[in-house]
Design a protein around this ligand. Structure first.
Ligand code: SF4
Ligand code: ZN
Ligand code: ZN
Length: 365
């Protein structure tokens, strides 16, 4: 029997069955469609403007490594005019993050992108290893998630960037939609499918892989032989997410479009005004965005310092902005970056769309 030919170029041998569509295609066509879909997501959502300084949240894992590679490739291919950086957060987890950061350091050299690493220890005076010693393995991911979010913004502010991109993929977003439905958290359901989020006092964040399937990201990394770190965190990840993940994998096996369908369902939810979040304000202690007097990180940190870590978990409103004893660690003041001082390319007011790009790229076939 003659070898099956690629469904897209009809010349090369098909060696890949594309998880998203089931099409049998060749390696070059897979690279091309995968990259072009991300480019289309970026231009359709008008994520960037020429001259933007963009930090890629880099953990050394497959998603962020592929994201760094693709952002660099598309920036060069379509002349986006972006200044790219790698930004890594070191949570302080021995045997996990220290190893994965070695991968990011190699990526810095491989992709020629400047790297900034900011650690929990430097910012909060606590590593995740010490937090787990204190709080056990039950709420560790709550601390880690709150601390990471703020650390990313602070790392980005120190780089003077306009925008953070993260490697969240379609599977992650579909899982979050399912989790928010299962928890009845309609306000979050309305926000979790947004490709780009920005409050007045936070740095713009977006997810160029919103429609990219996890299986295709793994396949891309494998065929491109990208250098990434594949070990899971040594502390148990969110068990509830694990149920949503297992359910989603079952649905995907029965019908691959389930992932995109769930994202579209999440997008279609109209969030009523009364469940929309109240307007955020600034933390009275550190100046970061907050929904009470103190931001979540200051509340959790105060609990750790007081030796009462449940303070920030059970009742976030209990911490007040009163002065703390001198020996308590606090977080430095947060200031939104003034990116104009850092620009090497004049920023443009015109967002990148397929119309504004002088496209010189051609298809591989
Ligand atoms: Fe942090 Fe939990 Fe993720 Fe580990 S699994 S890196 S503790 S959020
Ligand atoms: Zn082909
Ligand atoms: Zn604060």
């Amino acid at each position: 029997m003659p070898p099956k030919l690629c469904a897209l170029c009809s010349t090369a041998r098909a060696i890949i069955r594309r998880p998203k569509t089931g099409q049998q295609i060749c390696k070059d066509c897979f690279f091309w469609v995968f990259e072009t879909e991300i480019h289309n997501t970026i231009t359709h959502a008008q994520l960037f403007r020429p001259g933007d300084r963009v930090a890629i949240g880099a953990s050394g894992g497959k998603d962020s490594t592929v994201l760094a590679y693709i952002m660099k490739t598309l920036n060069d291919r379509y002349q986006y005019g972006l200044e790219l950086f790698l930004l890594s957060i070191d949570e302080g987890i021995k045997g996990y993050r220290d190893d994965s950061l070695e991968t990011v350091k190699r990526n810095e050299v491989q992709y020629g992108l400047p790297l900034k690493i900011l650690s929990y220890d430097e910012l909060y005076g606590w590593t995740m290893d010490r937090i787990v010693e204190k709080v056990g393995r039950k709420n560790n991911c709550t601390f880690c998630g709150v601390f990471r979010r703020q650390a990313l913004d602070r790392g980005a502010a120190s780089l003077g960037v306009d925008h953070i991109v993260t490697g969240h993929n379609a599977d992650d977003i579909a899982e979050t939609v399912l989790m928010n439905i299962m928890r009845g958290d309609i306000a979050r359901l309305g926000r979790c499918t947004q490709i780009c989020t920005q409050g007045e006092d936070t740095i713009r964040r977006s997810k160029p892989f919103k429609y990219a399937y996890e299986k295709e990201i793994v396949m891309y990394a494998y065929f491109k032989k990208l250098d990434y770190f594949s070990t899971e965190c040594i502390y148990s990840p969110d068990a509830y997410r694990g149920h949503a993940r297992a359910f989603l994998k079952d649905l995907e096996a029965a019908r691959p479009s389930a992932i995109i369908d769930i994202i579209h369902s999440g997008e279609a939810f109209e969030v009523a005004d009364e469940v929309k979040k109240k307007l955020p304000r600034l933390c009275k202690r550190c100046g970061y965005i907050a929904s009470n007097d103190l931001c979540k990180a200051c509340t959790l940190l105060e609990g750790l310092e007081r030796g009462a870590p449940s303070l920030g978990i059970k009742d976030r409103t209990r911490a007040s902005a009163e002065d703390l004893p001198d020996h308590f660690r606090t977080i430095p003041q947060f200031h939104m970056p003034d990116t104009s001082q850092h620009k090497t390319v004049a920023p443009s007011t015109t967002p990148l769309t397929s119309d504004t790009l002088a496209t010189t790229a051609t298809s591989p076939s």
